[in-house]
Design a protein around this ligand. Structure first.
Ligand code: SF4
Length: 779
């Protein structure tokens, strides 16, 4: 059987879209088969006449009918009546509305005029006034004349007359005379848009149909996209049509990937990598890496890697006579050339020091991954790439110190921002303001707040304490619970009420707390992080200068949504929340991550350590380091690596230190051990330990059913209790020698040192109140 006949047989049925008996190519039929008949019925599609009869009451495709008696034309925008009624024009033909051409609408303010001649396009029933054509055809012919001086008006008239429904009555969009492929693309695009909740304007659909007819385009891609408004809709339809048959296999062979195939927004471009082998290797790596990335912008790090690869590609292209097209000829010299180029760019200020380090790291990673994926084997994309074409660890320049301080916003700046929050609602909407308040209050990431479901507030029993339930998209952890203040809970409750009133018919499980303003008829789509960021930036720009405590101006570019998360962490760290608790609040799995969020700052920490070390004691309660003003650098290092924490001090016994504190040779009898040190910062722990000893002693002495020898071993010794008591007394007496100001200083230093201590062992915490950045709100 001939192939063409087989294709014809294999082509899916497109009759529900293009009518019975129409012969169409296989690609058009395949696209048409993706259009759901129920959607076509919903949109009022008549395949025989090729007309959409859009129902006015449809939430996304509907239109507003002119309220003038007997009119019924669509009304666009905020206008109260259609354009014809506003101008007092002769009535439109309005098929089926019971008026004849020339007939006036029965409205007192319209001036009756004599019935005019009809448009010279014979199929058109519109009145032409003092022109040759009706307004629609007149404008069309003007446009065609301007575009083509040799325009054949007679032929055009004949073509228009062949179109039985050239303009269409109210709510109609005629696709008569539009190529079958373009019809399928329009209807498929309309279906996909509508399914995502986007509204479509009837007038825009008519414009596209008119252009398709006027230009005799065979498909939407033939329309010249000159950036005019209606072409946004054309591009949208084209995008949907292109995605109709997306498949990872075919997509990953292209040089520009539509990431919809990976469930991600945007594209991934490989065209910046000029060497074919490098581009193919990058594609293989990206196809392997992308599915394992998480989050809504999972492709962002991959794009960054590709940028680094583009820099390597540019270096090879410029430095080698063969432009780096042959992987087997590359070697260490090419890598060195690349590294030198980066150094040069950094020295010229064209590349930041941070970007230089990151580029080197990413190229090291990518070249390793190419090898791990087997791409350097014979026949692979990078087949024959020598082993010395690699970035060594020693090639990576030192990463510049990340300035810890400065990402959070000072309390006085936060107070000013919170005072201007009503203005945020004025320049955007209520949802954006609520999002900003929630990010400030809870320190969640902007995307976590934007995506909150409607039902995101729960209450812990007992105490009826409010808890925000959210998803940590970045770490793919669902249902995280964060205790929030009652004021924050009140904000959420008010927003829930507002959203429910706005979308009463949507099931609660599908509602969002912060629904998007557009293309969201059911409240199922939340505002996006990028939209929030743009509105937030616009608000910041409108604010008067933000002033620091000393009256100088604060840099507004530092006020970004993510800064509120750092501010939240800093606020709690300043209040003495221990780092392990803060890590739980921030939903971090590693304490190091949490430490990066707030800035005690190394200088402040060292200063604090110096202060408490000056009040250090041995096991007998004798002061040591009495004369120490500041520790030498080496002493700080020694403290970091030569000691391990024990319940109420530190241990410097070498074998125990080497074992990370798990190998005490003396069964943790620290109060009697020369390797033990304690200082003023452990005073609360010493008190707690003493209380424990006393409690345990009473419990063991009162216990029945225990042998005498076991009781003697279990009961805390009087000697240990006395030692701990003496240690506490000595430390407290040491404090008595200090002035009030010195005691205050020591208190602050102790708070800082304890904040950075990860071994808590249930000891009492030192806490200060959180700085109040919203004084106007109740606690
Ligand atoms: S008893 Fe001595 S060696 Fe053991 S942990 Fe305590 S200080 Fe270190």
């Amino acid at each position: 059987m001939p192939e063409a006949v087989m294709m014809q047989l294999a082509a899916p049925d497109a009759s529900h879209v293009l009518g019975r008996g129409r012969r169409v190519d296989a690609a058009t039929a395949r696209l048409a088969s993706r259009i759901d008949p129920s959607f076509l019925a919903e949109a009022g599609w008549d395949p025989g006449a090729r007309v959409l009869w859009l129902p006015p009451e449809h939430p996304l495709l509907g239109w507003r009918a002119c309220p003038a008696p007997g009119c019924g034309n669509p009304v666009y925008g905020e206008a109260r009546e259609c354009g014809s009624c506003r101008r007092g024009d002769v009535s439109e033909p309005a098929t089926g509305h019971g008026r004849r051409p020339g007939e006036r609408r029965g409205r007192a303010r319209l001036v009756p005029v004599a019935a005019g001649e009809l448009c010279q396009v014979r199929a058109c029933e519109r009145e032409r006034g003092n022109r040759r054509y009706c307004r629609a055809h007149y404008e069309r012919v003007l446009k065609l004349r301007r575009a083509d001086p040799s325009f054949d008006e007679k032929a055009w008239q004949a073509a228009e007359e062949a179109i039985r429904l050239p303009v269409g009555g109210p709510g109609q969009v005629s696709l008569h005379g539009v190529a079958a492929r373009a019809v399928a693309e329009m209807l498929y695009g309309l279906q996909q848009r509508t399914r995502t909740g986007a509204a479509t304007n009837l007038g825009r659909l008519r414009q596209i149909a008119s252009e398709l007819r006027g230009t005799r385009a065979s498909c939407l891609a033939d329309l010249d996209a000159d950036g005019r408004t209606q072409h946004k809709l054309t591009r949208c339809f084209l995008r949907h049509a292109a995605r109709a048959f997306l498949d990872p296999e075919t997509e990953t062979r292209k040089d520009v990937w539509d990431l919809a195939v990976f469930g991600q927004p945007g594209r991934l471009t490989f065209t910046t990598i000029s060497q074919r082998w490098l581009r193919e290797a990058a594609k293989r790596w990206a196809a392997d890496d992308l599915p394992r990335r998480r989050g809504k912008v999972a492709a962002a790090p991959v794009r960054h890697y590709l940028t680094s690869l583009a820099a390597l590609s540019e270096s090879l292209h410029g430095a080698r006579p063969d432009h780096g097209e042959h992987p087997a000829r590359l070697g260490r010299a090419d890598i060195e050339g690349f590294l030198h180029r980066l150094t040069f760019l950094a020295s010229q200020g064209r590349l930041s020091a941070d970007a230089r380090t990151r580029t080197c790291r990413e190229i090291r990673h990518l070249l390793r991954q190419f090898r791990a994926l087997g791409l350097t084997r014979p026949g692979g994309a990078a087949g024959g790439l020598p082993d010395d074409f690699a970035v060594r660890d020693s090639d990576i320049p030192l990463k510049p110190d990340d300035p810890e301080a400065g990402r959070d916003l000072p309390p006085e700046i936060m107070r000013q921002l919170c005072g201007h929050l009503p203005a945020l609602e004025e320049v955007s909407c209520r949802e954006i303001r609520v999002a900003a308040e929630l990010i400030i209050d809870t320190g969640r990431r902007p995307d976590e707040i934007c995506a909150l479901p409607w039902d995101c507030l729960e209450y812990d029993e007992p105490g009826h304490l409010p808890v925000l339930v959210y998803c940590n998209h970045k770490a793919a952890r669902q249902g995280r619970r964060l205790p929030v203040a009652h004021a924050t809970a009140g904000l959420i409750v008010a927003q829930k009420t507002r959203v429910r009133e706005r979308f009463p018919g949507t099931p609660l499980g599908q509602l969002k707390l912060l629904p998007a303003a557009y293309a969201n008829p059911h409240g199922r789509r939340a505002i996006t992080e990028s939209h929030f960021g743009a509105r937030h930036r616009a608000w910041i720009e409108t604010l008067p200068p933000l002033l620091r405590g000393d009256g100088t101006e604060f840099d507004k570019t530092r006020v970004i949504p993510y800064a509120y998360r750092h501010t939240y962490a800093q606020r709690h760290a300043d209040a003495g929340v221990p780092v392990d608790v803060l890590a739980a609040l921030m939903d971090h799995q590693r304490l190091d991550t949490t430490r990066g969020y707030y800035s005690v700052g190394e200088p402040r920490r060292r200063e604090a350590v110096d202060k408490v070390t000056a009040l250090q004691f041995d096991r007998h309660g004798n002061r040591i380091w009495r004369d120490a003003k500041a520790l030498l650098d080496s002493e700080h290092a020694r403290r970091a690596i030569g000691e391990v924490a024990v319940p109420f001090g530190t241990c410097c016994e070498p074998s125990n230190v080497q074992a990370g504190g798990n190998a005490c040779p003396y069964r943790f009898r620290c109060a009697g051990c020369d390797h033990f040190r304690t200082d003023i910062s452990y005073l609360p722990d010493l008190h707690a330990y003493l209380d424990d000893l006393l409690r345990n002693r009473e419990r063991v002495l009162a216990a029945a059913g225990i042998d005498q020898w076991a009781r003697a071993e279990a009961v805390p010794s009087q000697e240990e209790i006395s030692r701990i008591r003496r240690l506490i007394t000595r430390i407290e007496n040491g404090l008595d020698d200090l002035t009030a100001a010195e005691r205050e200083n020591i208190g602050q230093a102790v708070a800082i040192v304890r904040r950075h201590r990860t071994v808590t062992l249930g000891m009492p915490r030192l806490r200060r109140a959180l700085p109040d950045i919203r004084p106007e709100r109740p606690a």
